[in-house]
Design a protein. Structure first.
Length: 477
């Protein structure tokens, strides 16, 4: 007998609690395999294709494209243990025969993860590779009235705990309603029903295939005389209020919400201070041109950001106090041996901070290649959560926006961030004479709990010396 399994939005890691449905990759009635991607969602970190740990026929989808779902909310339901004719049943378009077969499980419910012994190997919190299915007894034919083929327990055959094909009707003793997912258009409708004491199983949905819509729940609330004050305000009402006040309200959710929370926490917890210095970057630009010329026309080019990252890793080796974080609960400063450099990248989705792992062990060429790869992935929205977390020091090149200086907010829980302004020709005293040089401003924001101004100033001065005279780096090679 087919069994309907509910697949909820899994915990995608890194403290994420919600995701937005970007694109469904499967349709209701479609047969899916174990670990087949079924939906593309956008978290506050990245775009992710979510694989389904069950194999069978998709009987329901929850959440329209563009809708935000919480972790643990129903994502879709899959009828497992069905045969190739299952799509017809999922769409409710078939008619049952005179006789059907019913498989009896030996003991507990069989696993049914997509067929005989097939289980998910995907790494999903709350899912994953499970035990093999329980042994099944031989099936036996059971006569069932033809009327039962199209409707099961008053629920369309595409939904419910025991969604079956017309060729596999249920036995008469299974007529009582069983617990399981009810076809509801969104989790918000479920919450509206729960807040107003509406039992969804008593409703007849007006949507496709009996799908319960918000209007169905609101009608039930009105019929019962229950107050609907706890319901979510409609979009039309919200727009009307905004129009009356001359305001536009933008929800702090997704990436923008995560950035807001992190920046607020940084300012709330970290006593930060900023120091800055103007530097002559003429020699650094000349060194970069020489490196790229030496590599030949077909060699990958070394970016300026890669050279700055290499300088920062050398500076952190001299001043390890800044490659650290503060454990507030233990009241300890935790110094880190490995340097993972994050860099601020502006994308269409907002500001993200991809991370170059083990930057201290990379050459300028390797840093340039990795920075390029991560930048491209950031623009495509294909960065994984692991590529957006774990940085120990951040480099912020805000000069690309045409500004000279800034006092950046530290990327919590790091201890420091180096900001780089635009490089522009300015009058500069060089070797006792006034000349036009390529000048930029460097600013270092640091956590005053991990070090004092002497360490921060020493770090910034070393970085400035390397920018002005790249040969200084050779002392540490």
């Amino acid at each position: 007998m087919a069994e309907v399994k509910e697949f909820t939005l899994p915990d995608l890691g890194e403290g994420l609690t919600e995701a937005e449905v970007v694109r469904w990759l499967v349709e209701v009635g479609e047969v899916v395999a174990v670990d087949q991607p079924v939906v593309e969602v956008e978290t506050a970190k990245a775009m992710v294709e979510v694989p389904c740990p069950y194999g069978g026929v998709v009987t329901a989808r929850y959440g329209a494209e563009g809708e935000e779902l919480a972790v643990g909310a129903p994502l879709l339901t899959v009828a497992v243990g069905t045969d190739a004719s299952a799509p017809a049943a999922a769409e409710g378009s078939g008619s049952g025969g005179a006789n059907g077969v019913v498989a009896e499980a030996d003991g507990a419910d069989a696993a049914g993860d997509g067929g005989a012994g097939e289980t998910s190997g995907a790494v999903l919190v709350g899912y994953g590779t499970g035990a093999p299915p329980a042994r099944r007894r031989r099936v036996r034919p059971t006569p069932v009235p033809a009327a039962a083929a199209g409707q099961v327990n008053g629920v369309a055959s595409g939904y419910g705990r025991h969604a079956v094909t017309p060729e596999v009707p249920v036995r008469a003793e299974a007529a009582e309603p069983a617990p399981g997912p009810v076809p509801v258009i969104s989790p918000l409708v479920r919450r509206l029903a729960r807040q107003n004491g509406v039992e969804l199983r008593t409703l007849t949905g007006s949507g496709p295939d009996g799908l319960i819509l918000r209007a169905d729940v609101e009608r039930a609330i009105g019929a019962a005389g229950a107050p609907a004050a706890a319901a979510e305000p409609s979009a039309a009402a919200a727009s009307a209020r905004a129009g009356d006040a001359g305001e536009v309200r933008i929800p702090l959710r997704g990436l923008r919400g995560v950035v807001a929370d992190k920046m607020s926490r940084s300012r709330r917890e970290i006593p930060e201070a900023t120091c800055w210095v103007d530097v002559d970057a003429t020699e650094l630009l000349a060194a970069r041109r020489a490196m790229n010329a030496a590599g030949g026309p077909d060699a990958p080019k070394i970016s300026l950001l890669a050279l700055l990252a290499r300088i920062c890793t050398a500076a952190l080796a001299r001043y390890p106090e800044l490659n650290a974080r503060v454990d507030t609960e233990a009241r300890e400063i935790v110094r880190l041996e490995r340097v993972h450099v994050g860099f601020a990248a502006q994308t269409d989705r907002g500001l993200v901070v991809p991370v170059v792992r083990d930057a201290h062990a990379r050459s300028a060429e390797s840093l340039s290649e990795e920075l390029g790869r991560l930048t491209g992935a950031a623009r495509d929205g294909s960065l994984t959560p692991g590529e957006l977390t774990g940085s120990t020091f951040t480099l912020n090149n805000y000069g690309v926006f045409g500004v000279d200086g800034s006092t950046p907010i530290i990327n919590h829980p790091e201890a420091a961030m180096l900001g780089v302004g635009r490089i522009v020709p300015k009058p500069w005293v060089c070797e006792g004479e006034l000349a036009v040089r390529q000048v930029t401003q460097l600013s270092l924001t640091f956590d005053h709990r991990v070090c004092d101004g002497g360490v921060a100033g020493g770090f910034l001065r070393y970085v400035a010396d390397c920018v002005e005279q790249p040969a200084v780096l050779l002392r540490g090679v």
